[in-house]
Every structure is written in structure tokens, then in C-alpha cells.
Design a protein around this ligand. Structure first.
Ligand SMILES: Nc1ncnc2c1ncn2[C@@H]1O[C@H](COP(=O)(O)OP(=O)(O)OP(=O)(O)O)[C@@H](O)[C@H]1O
Ligand SMILES: [Mg+2]
Length: 134
């Protein structure tokens, strides 16, 4: 019983700690065609910093076929951009909102956003850490 209680308490504290102390990494996989709009919406939300790369991948419908100029393309060959943004916890909602409102077409293949905790961020130039370094 006390073991269970300790375990429960430990998990609660761990969760709280992560929630309060950790920064966030927001990853978004978007249509390449939506990149400029997403970038502008993020800038509008005060987020002018991210890393991006061109990626390829498959979603749920990996057999999905698209017809383009008479040829059939597997959806896996549609170019997408992957954005990686380091943020403080308070900035996450506005980032998600900016990406979702501009990245959405409503058709399959619009992409994904996922969020994870980041233990530490360090600004190389100044040595600042944590939220100050975001
Ligand atoms: N579970 C996943 N893990 C990693 N990458 C993923 C995952 N799901 C989708 N992706 C990436 O996102 C891109 C777009 O996926 P897609 O939007 O088709 O996802 P979906 O879950 O099939 O949603 P939808 O039903 O809207 O098509 C993929 O090409 C792939 O790069
Ligand atoms: Mg899909």
C-alpha cells in the first residue's frame, strides 16, 4: 500500500516537474505548399525561430494514390516540410493554433503536430539556459 502511494506520489511530482520546468519541442509535418503561410502565421504569433527540413513519409493511407497529370503517385512521394520549434510551455498553444489554422486543407495528408518535453536548452552565445535560452 505504501509502495503504491509512494509510486503515485513520485509520478505526480515527476509530471508536475516536467510540466512546470521543462521546455517543449513542437514538431510539425506539413505540406510543402503550406510552408510560407505557416511561417507567416508563426511569425504573427511571435515565433520567428525554427528549424525545418524537407522530408518524405507515409501517413495512415500508405497505399493512397494521387493522380497528377495523368500519372499515379504514391502519397509517400509528396514533399513535406518538418518544422522543429523549441518553445516555453506558454507558447505551445499559439504555435499549434498558427500551424493548424494555416496548414489545414481538410483533405487527407495534411500532416501531424507532436509535442514533447525538453529537459534543457542552452544558448551557445551567452550560455543562458532554460526558458531564457528559447
Ligand atoms: N505516426 C506517424 N509517425 C511519424 N510520422 C508520421 C506519422 N503519421 C504521419 N506522419 C508523417 O506525416 C506525413 C503526413 O501524414 P498524414 O497527414 O497523411 O497522416 P494521417 O495520419 O494519415 O492523417 P490523414 O488521415 O489526414 O491523412 C507523412 O507523410 C509522414 O511523414
Ligand atoms: Mg494520410
Amino acid at each position: 500500500m505504501s509502495f503504491l502511494m509512494n509510486n503515485y506520489l513520485y509520478n505526480c511530482l515527476k509530471y508536475l516537474f516536467i510540466k512546470i520546468i521543462f521546455m517543449r519541442k513542437v514538431v510539425a509535418i506539413i505540406r510543402a505548399s503550406k510552408f510560407e503561410q505557416v511561417k507567416e502565421a508563426l511569425a504573427g504569433a511571435g515565433i520567428n525561430f525554427f528549424t525545418y527540413y524537407e522530408v518524405r513519409g507515409f501517413g495512415m493511407q500508405k497505399g493512397e494514390k494521387k493522380v497528377y497529370r495523368g500519372a499515379v503517385y504514391d502519397a509517400g512521394y509528396i514533399a513535406r516540410y518538418k518544422l522543429e520549434i523549441l518553445l516555453s510551455e506558454e507558447q505551445v498553444d499559439s504555435a499549434v493554433q498558427a500551424i493548424q489554422s494555416t496548414g489545414k486543407t481538410g483533405t487527407i495528408g495534411d500532416g501531424k503536430i507532436y509535442i514533447s518535453p525538453v529537459e534543457e536548452v542552452i544558448r551557445i552565445r551567452t550560455g543562458e539556459r532554460g526558458k531564457d535560452a528559447v
